[in-house]
Design a protein around this ligand. Structure first.
Ligand code: ZN
Ligand code: ZN
Length: 150
């Protein structure tokens, strides 16, 4: 899966409430690991909007939530957006070959992808905070298991 890359659509990196790290929680949703504030990338925003505004056009989406028509079209091209449940055709995950209903890879592989970029981001985050790697959990001894390896 070396050459595999996923468009992360303006993934939120830092929590807008507390400055903590945003961790991928699935389908365009991210959760702050410190205060649990939830935020969305462009895909998550578009997905939420379409859920309550069936048949919305790209122009409408751009106007309402500020995600460019270009991004919306890119999502459609990558079949990131499930248009209707009836018309779904099963595709295969590009990484592991599992059946998927939208996008280019299954949730498991997408999550694994995000865990990798989060590892990178964590280093930047710690550098910003001026802490050394490995000291980051000192204030959170009861921390849950966030990095379940499979
Ligand atoms: Zn937060
Ligand atoms: Zn997969």
């Amino acid at each position: 899966m070396n050459s595999f890359d996923i468009n992360t659509y303006n993934r939120p990196v830092q929590c807008s409430k507390c400055g903590g790290m945003m961790i991928f929680a699935g389908v365009g949703e991210y959760r702050c690991e410190d205060c649990k504030h939830v935020d969305y990338d462009d895909y998550g925003k578009v997905r939420l909007y379409i859920e309550s505004n069936r048949g919305a056009t790209a122009a409408q989406i751009e106007k309402e939530i500020g995600v460019s028509q270009k991004s919306v079209r890119a999502m459609l091209r990558e079949s990131k957006i499930e248009i209707t449940a009836e018309s779904r055709t099963f595709m295969r995950c590009e990484v592991c070959g599992d059946n998927i209903r939208s996008g280019r890879c299954c949730n498991k592989c997408e999550t694994a992808f995000h865990r990798r970029i989060e590892e990178e981001e964590r280093k930047n985050h710690m550098a910003r905070l001026g802490k050394g790697i490995g000291m980051e959990r000192e204030s959170n001894a009861t921390g849950e298991k966030r990095f379940k390896r499979e």
